[in-house]
Design a protein around this ligand. Structure first.
Ligand code: KG4
Ligand code: ZN
Length: 360
Protein backbone atom coordinates (compact mmCIF):
# COMPACT_ATOMS: atom_id res chain seq x y z
CA UNK A 1 0.00 0.00 0.00
CA UNK A 2 1.41 3.38 -1.01
CA UNK A 3 -0.20 5.98 1.26
CA UNK A 4 0.79 8.84 -1.06
CA UNK A 5 -1.95 7.77 -3.45
CA UNK A 6 -4.89 7.82 -1.04
CA UNK A 7 -7.18 10.80 -1.52
CA UNK A 8 -10.12 11.59 0.75
CA UNK A 9 -13.04 13.08 -1.24
CA UNK A 10 -15.98 15.17 -0.06
CA UNK A 11 -19.11 15.91 -2.11
CA UNK A 12 -21.98 18.08 -0.89
CA UNK A 13 -23.00 20.19 -3.90
CA UNK A 14 -26.68 19.21 -3.97
CA UNK A 15 -28.67 16.71 -1.92
CA UNK A 16 -26.14 13.98 -1.27
CA UNK A 17 -23.55 14.12 1.51
CA UNK A 18 -20.78 11.81 0.40
CA UNK A 19 -17.23 10.97 1.47
CA UNK A 20 -14.84 8.49 -0.06
CA UNK A 21 -11.30 7.18 0.03
CA UNK A 22 -9.79 6.38 -3.36
CA UNK A 23 -6.39 4.87 -4.09
CA UNK A 24 -4.42 5.58 -7.29
CA UNK A 25 -7.24 7.78 -8.61
CA UNK A 26 -9.39 4.76 -9.46
CA UNK A 27 -9.53 2.12 -6.73
CA UNK A 28 -12.49 2.92 -4.46
CA UNK A 29 -11.79 1.87 -0.87
CA UNK A 30 -14.98 3.43 0.48
CA UNK A 31 -17.82 5.53 -0.91
CA UNK A 32 -20.42 6.54 1.66
CA UNK A 33 -23.49 8.43 0.42
CA UNK A 34 -26.15 9.93 2.70
CA UNK A 35 -29.06 10.80 0.43
CA UNK A 36 -31.62 13.46 1.28
CA UNK A 37 -34.14 12.32 -1.34
CA UNK A 38 -36.83 11.59 1.26
CA UNK A 39 -36.51 15.06 2.80
CA UNK A 40 -37.11 16.78 -0.56
CA UNK A 41 -39.60 14.36 -2.13
CA UNK A 42 -42.73 16.06 -0.80
CA UNK A 43 -41.58 19.35 -2.34
CA UNK A 44 -40.98 17.76 -5.77
CA UNK A 45 -37.41 19.11 -5.89
CA UNK A 46 -34.40 20.02 -3.77
CA UNK A 47 -35.05 22.81 -1.23
CA UNK A 48 -31.68 24.56 -0.76
CA UNK A 49 -32.12 25.54 2.89
CA UNK A 50 -33.23 22.04 3.89
CA UNK A 51 -30.28 20.61 1.94
CA UNK A 52 -27.70 22.78 3.77
CA UNK A 53 -29.04 21.82 7.18
CA UNK A 54 -29.12 18.13 6.32
CA UNK A 55 -25.49 18.32 5.12
CA UNK A 56 -24.46 19.83 8.45
CA UNK A 57 -26.10 16.96 10.31
CA UNK A 58 -24.68 14.27 8.02
CA UNK A 59 -21.13 15.40 7.34
CA UNK A 60 -19.34 14.21 10.49
CA UNK A 61 -20.87 10.69 10.58
CA UNK A 62 -20.25 10.32 6.84
CA UNK A 63 -16.58 11.36 7.22
CA UNK A 64 -16.12 8.83 10.03
CA UNK A 65 -17.86 6.03 8.15
CA UNK A 66 -15.89 6.62 4.94
CA UNK A 67 -12.62 6.49 6.83
CA UNK A 68 -13.64 3.40 8.83
CA UNK A 69 -14.88 1.47 5.77
CA UNK A 70 -11.76 2.30 3.76
CA UNK A 71 -9.56 0.42 6.22
CA UNK A 72 -6.95 3.19 6.22
CA UNK A 73 -6.17 5.75 8.88
CA UNK A 74 -5.85 9.54 8.67
CA UNK A 75 -2.07 9.13 8.47
CA UNK A 76 -2.47 7.33 5.13
CA UNK A 77 -4.39 10.16 3.45
CA UNK A 78 -2.28 12.17 0.97
CA UNK A 79 -4.81 14.95 0.24
CA UNK A 80 -8.40 16.08 0.79
CA UNK A 81 -10.36 16.80 -2.41
CA UNK A 82 -13.65 18.70 -2.27
CA UNK A 83 -16.32 19.89 -4.68
CA UNK A 84 -16.21 23.70 -4.59
CA UNK A 85 -18.25 24.40 -7.75
CA UNK A 86 -20.91 24.40 -9.14
CA UNK A 87 -23.82 23.67 -6.82
CA UNK A 88 -26.07 25.04 -4.11
CA UNK A 89 -23.92 27.55 -2.30
CA UNK A 90 -25.05 26.65 1.23
CA UNK A 91 -24.53 22.96 0.52
CA UNK A 92 -21.10 23.48 -1.04
CA UNK A 93 -19.94 25.50 1.97
CA UNK A 94 -20.60 22.62 4.38
CA UNK A 95 -18.35 20.25 2.42
CA UNK A 96 -15.74 22.95 1.85
CA UNK A 97 -15.47 23.83 5.55
CA UNK A 98 -15.19 20.15 6.44
CA UNK A 99 -12.49 19.65 3.81
CA UNK A 100 -10.45 22.64 4.98
CA UNK A 101 -10.67 21.40 8.56
CA UNK A 102 -9.55 17.88 7.67
CA UNK A 103 -6.72 19.11 5.44
CA UNK A 104 -5.49 21.34 8.26
CA UNK A 105 -5.82 18.69 10.99
CA UNK A 106 -4.24 15.95 8.87
CA UNK A 107 -1.68 18.40 7.50
CA UNK A 108 -2.23 17.43 3.86
CA UNK A 109 -2.97 19.46 0.71
CA UNK A 110 -6.47 20.69 -0.08
CA UNK A 111 -7.71 20.13 -3.65
CA UNK A 112 -10.57 21.93 -5.40
CA UNK A 113 -12.68 19.83 -7.75
CA UNK A 114 -15.32 20.95 -10.25
CA UNK A 115 -18.35 18.71 -9.74
CA UNK A 116 -19.21 18.44 -13.45
CA UNK A 117 -15.62 17.59 -14.41
CA UNK A 118 -15.76 14.85 -11.79
CA UNK A 119 -18.88 13.41 -13.43
CA UNK A 120 -16.82 13.18 -16.65
CA UNK A 121 -14.20 11.15 -14.75
CA UNK A 122 -16.63 8.88 -12.85
CA UNK A 123 -16.43 6.18 -15.54
CA UNK A 124 -12.84 5.50 -14.43
CA UNK A 125 -13.85 4.58 -10.88
CA UNK A 126 -13.13 0.92 -10.13
CA UNK A 127 -12.36 0.60 -13.85
CA UNK A 128 -9.67 0.98 -16.50
CA UNK A 129 -8.16 4.41 -17.29
CA UNK A 130 -10.11 6.41 -19.90
CA UNK A 131 -8.57 6.76 -23.36
CA UNK A 132 -8.43 10.37 -24.61
CA UNK A 133 -9.49 12.49 -26.49
CA UNK A 134 -13.02 11.83 -25.36
CA UNK A 135 -16.42 13.45 -25.86
CA UNK A 136 -18.20 13.58 -22.52
CA UNK A 137 -21.94 14.04 -22.16
CA UNK A 138 -22.80 15.04 -18.61
CA UNK A 139 -26.51 15.05 -17.73
CA UNK A 140 -27.78 15.48 -14.23
CA UNK A 141 -30.46 17.32 -12.30
CA UNK A 142 -28.48 20.54 -12.47
CA UNK A 143 -26.33 20.22 -15.59
CA UNK A 144 -26.44 19.12 -19.19
CA UNK A 145 -23.22 19.73 -21.07
CA UNK A 146 -20.82 18.35 -23.64
CA UNK A 147 -17.07 18.49 -23.13
CA UNK A 148 -13.97 17.76 -25.11
CA UNK A 149 -11.66 15.94 -22.67
CA UNK A 150 -7.92 15.71 -23.35
CA UNK A 151 -7.12 14.22 -19.95
CA UNK A 152 -8.94 13.87 -16.60
CA UNK A 153 -8.05 17.49 -15.78
CA UNK A 154 -8.22 19.14 -19.22
CA UNK A 155 -11.81 19.77 -20.33
CA UNK A 156 -13.25 22.25 -22.83
CA UNK A 157 -16.95 23.07 -22.82
CA UNK A 158 -18.52 22.42 -26.23
CA UNK A 159 -22.17 23.12 -25.42
CA UNK A 160 -24.66 23.20 -22.57
CA UNK A 161 -28.33 23.66 -21.85
CA UNK A 162 -29.80 27.10 -22.38
CA UNK A 163 -32.67 26.38 -19.97
CA UNK A 164 -33.55 23.19 -18.06
CA UNK A 165 -31.09 20.39 -17.41
CA UNK A 166 -32.09 16.95 -18.73
CA UNK A 167 -32.57 15.51 -15.23
CA UNK A 168 -34.60 18.55 -14.24
CA UNK A 169 -36.88 17.87 -17.24
CA UNK A 170 -37.27 14.24 -16.10
CA UNK A 171 -38.17 15.45 -12.60
CA UNK A 172 -40.65 18.08 -13.83
CA UNK A 173 -42.33 15.78 -16.33
CA UNK A 174 -42.67 13.07 -13.66
CA UNK A 175 -44.33 15.72 -11.53
CA UNK A 176 -46.77 16.61 -14.36
CA UNK A 177 -47.51 12.89 -14.80
CA UNK A 178 -47.78 12.43 -11.00
CA UNK A 179 -45.20 9.68 -11.04
CA UNK A 180 -43.25 10.87 -7.98
CA UNK A 181 -39.78 12.22 -7.23
CA UNK A 182 -37.04 11.88 -8.38
CA UNK A 183 -38.51 11.55 -11.85
CA UNK A 184 -35.65 9.97 -13.78
CA UNK A 185 -35.69 6.48 -12.27
CA UNK A 186 -39.49 6.18 -12.33
CA UNK A 187 -39.82 7.40 -15.95
CA UNK A 188 -37.03 4.98 -16.87
CA UNK A 189 -38.95 2.14 -15.19
CA UNK A 190 -42.46 2.81 -16.53
CA UNK A 191 -41.07 3.40 -20.04
CA UNK A 192 -39.89 -0.20 -20.22
CA UNK A 193 -43.50 -1.39 -20.69
CA UNK A 194 -44.61 1.50 -22.88
CA UNK A 195 -44.69 2.82 -26.44
CA UNK A 196 -42.04 5.52 -27.08
CA UNK A 197 -43.76 6.47 -30.34
CA UNK A 198 -47.19 7.07 -28.82
CA UNK A 199 -46.76 10.87 -28.77
CA UNK A 200 -44.53 12.84 -31.11
CA UNK A 201 -42.82 15.37 -28.84
CA UNK A 202 -40.46 18.06 -30.22
CA UNK A 203 -36.67 17.60 -30.50
CA UNK A 204 -35.08 21.01 -29.84
CA UNK A 205 -32.01 22.79 -31.22
CA UNK A 206 -31.17 20.18 -33.81
CA UNK A 207 -30.60 22.70 -36.62
CA UNK A 208 -27.06 23.49 -37.76
CA UNK A 209 -24.17 22.20 -35.73
CA UNK A 210 -25.30 23.50 -32.34
CA UNK A 211 -24.05 21.56 -29.34
CA UNK A 212 -26.35 23.39 -26.95
CA UNK A 213 -29.48 21.87 -25.46
CA UNK A 214 -32.98 23.09 -24.60
CA UNK A 215 -35.51 21.01 -22.71
CA UNK A 216 -38.05 23.53 -21.45
CA UNK A 217 -40.08 23.42 -24.70
CA UNK A 218 -40.32 19.65 -24.42
CA UNK A 219 -41.49 19.92 -20.82
CA UNK A 220 -44.17 22.43 -21.90
CA UNK A 221 -45.22 20.12 -24.74
CA UNK A 222 -45.84 17.35 -22.19
CA UNK A 223 -47.78 19.78 -20.00
CA UNK A 224 -49.97 20.83 -22.95
CA UNK A 225 -50.47 17.24 -24.01
CA UNK A 226 -51.78 16.44 -20.54
CA UNK A 227 -53.72 19.61 -19.71
CA UNK A 228 -54.52 20.95 -23.16
CA UNK A 229 -53.11 24.00 -24.92
CA UNK A 230 -54.40 27.02 -22.97
CA UNK A 231 -55.80 28.78 -26.07
CA UNK A 232 -57.53 25.62 -27.25
CA UNK A 233 -59.59 25.03 -24.10
CA UNK A 234 -63.38 25.30 -24.32
CA UNK A 235 -64.36 27.16 -21.14
CA UNK A 236 -68.02 26.00 -21.17
CA UNK A 237 -67.27 22.30 -21.22
CA UNK A 238 -69.56 20.21 -19.02
CA UNK A 239 -66.95 17.53 -18.39
CA UNK A 240 -66.94 16.40 -14.78
CA UNK A 241 -63.15 16.19 -14.97
CA UNK A 242 -62.80 19.84 -15.91
CA UNK A 243 -62.38 21.47 -19.28
CA UNK A 244 -62.00 19.72 -22.61
CA UNK A 245 -59.59 20.01 -25.50
CA UNK A 246 -60.77 21.79 -28.66
CA UNK A 247 -61.68 18.40 -30.13
CA UNK A 248 -64.01 17.74 -27.20
CA UNK A 249 -61.78 15.15 -25.49
CA UNK A 250 -61.57 15.65 -21.69
CA UNK A 251 -58.08 16.27 -20.37
CA UNK A 252 -56.11 16.60 -17.19
CA UNK A 253 -53.91 13.83 -15.79
CA UNK A 254 -56.93 11.97 -14.32
CA UNK A 255 -58.32 11.40 -17.81
CA UNK A 256 -55.35 9.21 -18.83
CA UNK A 257 -55.05 5.53 -18.01
CA UNK A 258 -51.84 4.34 -16.36
CA UNK A 259 -50.78 2.78 -19.69
CA UNK A 260 -51.36 6.10 -21.46
CA UNK A 261 -49.30 7.88 -18.81
CA UNK A 262 -46.50 5.36 -19.28
CA UNK A 263 -46.70 5.95 -23.05
CA UNK A 264 -46.38 9.72 -22.53
CA UNK A 265 -43.39 9.13 -20.22
CA UNK A 266 -41.75 6.82 -22.77
CA UNK A 267 -42.37 9.30 -25.60
CA UNK A 268 -40.84 12.12 -23.53
CA UNK A 269 -37.84 9.95 -22.67
CA UNK A 270 -37.39 9.03 -26.35
CA UNK A 271 -37.30 12.75 -27.27
CA UNK A 272 -34.65 13.48 -24.62
CA UNK A 273 -32.54 10.48 -25.59
CA UNK A 274 -32.75 11.36 -29.31
CA UNK A 275 -31.43 14.86 -28.69
CA UNK A 276 -28.67 13.66 -26.36
CA UNK A 277 -27.59 10.98 -28.84
CA UNK A 278 -27.54 13.34 -31.82
CA UNK A 279 -25.51 15.99 -29.96
CA UNK A 280 -23.06 13.45 -28.59
CA UNK A 281 -22.52 12.11 -32.12
CA UNK A 282 -21.91 15.65 -33.41
CA UNK A 283 -19.42 16.40 -30.62
CA UNK A 284 -17.58 13.10 -31.08
CA UNK A 285 -17.19 13.72 -34.81
CA UNK A 286 -16.09 17.33 -34.33
CA UNK A 287 -13.25 16.42 -31.99
CA UNK A 288 -12.29 13.04 -33.43
CA UNK A 289 -13.06 11.32 -30.16
CA UNK A 290 -11.59 7.91 -29.37
CA UNK A 291 -13.97 7.53 -26.46
CA UNK A 292 -17.54 8.49 -25.57
CA UNK A 293 -18.19 9.22 -21.90
CA UNK A 294 -21.52 9.43 -20.13
CA UNK A 295 -21.84 10.93 -16.66
CA UNK A 296 -24.34 12.39 -14.21
CA UNK A 297 -27.57 10.97 -12.82
CA UNK A 298 -29.27 10.74 -16.22
CA UNK A 299 -26.43 8.50 -17.41
CA UNK A 300 -28.19 5.82 -15.35
CA UNK A 301 -31.05 5.91 -17.87
CA UNK A 302 -31.55 2.55 -19.57
CA UNK A 303 -32.62 3.99 -22.95
CA UNK A 304 -29.74 6.49 -23.00
CA UNK A 305 -27.21 3.77 -22.16
CA UNK A 306 -28.62 1.62 -24.96
CA UNK A 307 -28.49 4.53 -27.46
CA UNK A 308 -24.91 5.30 -26.42
CA UNK A 309 -23.89 1.66 -26.97
CA UNK A 310 -25.26 1.74 -30.51
CA UNK A 311 -23.63 5.10 -31.21
CA UNK A 312 -20.22 3.98 -29.98
CA UNK A 313 -20.44 0.91 -32.17
CA UNK A 314 -21.30 3.03 -35.23
CA UNK A 315 -18.49 5.52 -34.57
CA UNK A 316 -15.97 2.78 -33.65
CA UNK A 317 -15.34 4.54 -30.33
CA UNK A 318 -14.98 2.96 -26.96
CA UNK A 319 -17.78 3.80 -24.56
CA UNK A 320 -17.31 4.58 -20.89
CA UNK A 321 -20.40 4.63 -18.69
CA UNK A 322 -20.03 4.68 -14.91
CA UNK A 323 -21.52 1.97 -12.76
CA UNK A 324 -24.97 3.19 -11.68
CA UNK A 325 -23.77 4.20 -8.18
CA UNK A 326 -21.06 6.38 -9.77
CA UNK A 327 -23.58 8.06 -12.14
CA UNK A 328 -25.39 9.86 -9.33
CA UNK A 329 -23.56 12.22 -6.99
CA UNK A 330 -20.75 10.53 -5.07
CA UNK A 331 -17.44 11.49 -3.48
CA UNK A 332 -15.44 8.69 -5.15
CA UNK A 333 -15.36 10.66 -8.41
CA UNK A 334 -14.21 13.74 -6.47
CA UNK A 335 -11.38 11.85 -4.76
CA UNK A 336 -10.50 10.10 -8.04
CA UNK A 337 -10.19 13.31 -10.02
CA UNK A 338 -8.53 15.01 -7.03
CA UNK A 339 -5.71 12.48 -7.30
CA UNK A 340 -4.87 13.76 -10.79
CA UNK A 341 -4.76 17.37 -9.56
CA UNK A 342 -2.49 16.23 -6.74
CA UNK A 343 -0.19 14.53 -9.25
CA UNK A 344 -0.03 17.79 -11.22
CA UNK A 345 0.67 19.83 -8.10
CA UNK A 346 -2.62 21.70 -8.46
CA UNK A 347 -3.51 22.20 -4.81
CA UNK A 348 -5.67 24.91 -3.24
CA UNK A 349 -5.15 27.44 -0.46
CA UNK A 350 -7.25 27.74 2.68
CA UNK A 351 -8.97 30.81 1.23
CA UNK A 352 -10.60 28.56 -1.40
CA UNK A 353 -14.16 29.73 -2.11
CA UNK A 354 -17.35 27.93 -3.16
CA UNK A 355 -19.09 29.01 -6.37
CA UNK A 356 -22.71 28.33 -7.28
CA UNK A 357 -21.99 28.60 -11.00
CA UNK A 358 -18.89 27.68 -12.94
CA UNK A 359 -16.45 30.57 -13.46
CA UNK A 360 -15.40 31.11 -17.06
O1 KG4 B 1 -25.96 13.65 -10.80
P1 KG4 B 1 -27.15 13.68 -9.92
O2 KG4 B 1 -27.25 12.66 -8.84
O3 KG4 B 1 -27.30 15.07 -9.21
C1 KG4 B 1 -27.01 16.29 -9.81
O4 KG4 B 1 -25.81 16.67 -9.90
O5 KG4 B 1 -28.01 16.93 -10.24
O6 KG4 B 1 -28.43 13.59 -10.89
C2 KG4 B 1 -29.73 13.55 -10.38
C3 KG4 B 1 -30.69 13.58 -11.57
C4 KG4 B 1 -32.16 13.69 -11.20
O7 KG4 B 1 -32.75 14.71 -11.97
C5 KG4 B 1 -32.74 12.31 -11.54
O8 KG4 B 1 -34.10 12.36 -11.92
C6 KG4 B 1 -31.85 11.91 -12.68
O9 KG4 B 1 -30.56 12.36 -12.34
N1 KG4 B 1 -31.83 10.44 -12.87
C7 KG4 B 1 -32.28 9.82 -13.98
C8 KG4 B 1 -32.17 8.43 -13.75
N2 KG4 B 1 -31.63 8.24 -12.49
C9 KG4 B 1 -31.43 9.50 -11.98
N3 KG4 B 1 -32.76 10.33 -15.13
C10 KG4 B 1 -33.15 9.45 -16.08
N4 KG4 B 1 -33.09 8.10 -15.91
C11 KG4 B 1 -32.60 7.55 -14.78
N5 KG4 B 1 -32.55 6.23 -14.63
ZN1 ZN C 1 -24.07 15.69 -10.05
Amino acid sequence: MNPATHVFGIESSCDETSCSVVADGRRVLSNVVASQIELHARFGGVVPEIASRAHIEAINPVIEKALRESGVGPGDIAAVAVTNEPGLIGSLLVGLMAAKTLAWVWDVPLIAVNHVYAHAYAAAMDAEPIEYPAAALICSGGHTALYRCESPTSLTLLGSTIDDAAGEAFDKVANILRLGYPGGPVIDRVSMQANPEAVSFPRSLLAGQSLDFSFSGLKTAVLYHVNGVPGAVRPNSRSRRGSRLADGRPHGIESFSSQEIADIAASFQAAVVDVLRIKLRRAAKQIGAKTLILGGGVAANTALRQAARQLAEKLHCSLRMPELHFCVDNAAMIAGLGYHYLQSGLTADYDLQAYATVRR
